[in-house]
Design a protein around this ligand. Sequence first.
Ligand SMILES: *Cc1c(COP(=O)(O)O)cnc(C)c1O
Length: 397
Amino acid sequence: MTEKLAIEGGTPVRESYLPYGRQSVDDADIQAVVDVLKSDWLTTGPKVPEYEKAFAACVDAEFAVAVNSGTAALHAAVHAAGIGPGDEVIVTPMTFAASANCVVYAGARPVFVDVQPDTLNIDPGAIERSVTPRTKAIVTVDYTGHPCDYDEIRKVADDHGLKVIEDAAHALGAVYRGAKIGSFNEFVAFSTHPVKHITTGEGGVVVTDDPDSAERLRHFRNHGITTEHRERQNKGGWLYEMVDLGYNYRLPDVLCALGISQLGKLDSWLVRRRSLAAHYTEALAQIPEVRPLAVRSYVQPAWHLYVVQIDLKRMTVDRATVFRALRAENIGVNVHYIPVHYHPFYRERFGTSENLCPIAEAAYDQLVTLPLFPGMSQADLGDVIRAVHKVVHRYRR
Ligand SMILES: *Cc1c(COP(=O)(O)O)cnc(C)c1O
């Protein structure tokens, strides 16, 4: 039996729209924020180091530096890694623009290299082939929360003296060969935007094991100034020194309190995300036109996103039609990502164009992100699966 698609005037699978991601905020989170609002310190107060300590402990890192976005975290990491004009930094195109923009902020050149076809994570072999005498670092992205192949990436990095800056915006709680994401690369940047694993509204954190790097990161988020307001107040003085050009990238205490409260729930949310992902994988095995990404045996993904590839050879329509049909069913599908080198800014400034990263580009044409967030119910997931069945049934060859 063929049900009439909502896009063709039929009844949608759901009455209400199911977003692809959504925060969970409870009364304890709200109380934590209210408590800080009633305290003396709305920013640069005691909640900042408390949050940083809790975050570092959570990812098995030595130091954490809280900033006011994931993008600021990447900018700070690139700066602390010593990247500057004339340098090249190798970047994956299968990411949000911020992963490459941070390289441009530093005056350096992003060099896009292709991804592995099954995980869509950066390909260590492609990194090796793109290294030049100007290459200083690699920005990796643990796409969807699946860690990259770090043993191979580490080998290339060590062979050529490159720093690894990990954009772990998707990967809070992920594990690579028994080691938590955040515990082994020079700089690891996280985001706490509402669709990510925990939220502070806007926010980010950089973790590192190197005390000098941690100090550079702290200066960078505070105008390049060596002491913070509270330290000066405690010392009763007015002197401060600006030793570097920094920014105001500070995360207020109000939001650090929210972050502390949210961190306490991360483990249970990871369990939920992994369970939902397992259900998707099992249900989608019945639909050969829709292929989940590969999961390596030696990783535990954090499942920020559940991404599938639509096998267009088996379909009578393109991805855009499948996308619109699922949206019409009130399923908040999305596409992660438009390859960064496709954006007009990169084409114009760096001369990028199609065929630069053919694997990422071919994958992009087939990508659809299905809804996945801890507050999603089993019934919500059932709706997604029903909608995918319905749409594929209508459009399969
Ligand atoms: C969310 C995200 C960022 C940026 O984080 P913001 O907190 O939104 O600035 C960077 N990289 C990736 C891969 C992301 O998903």
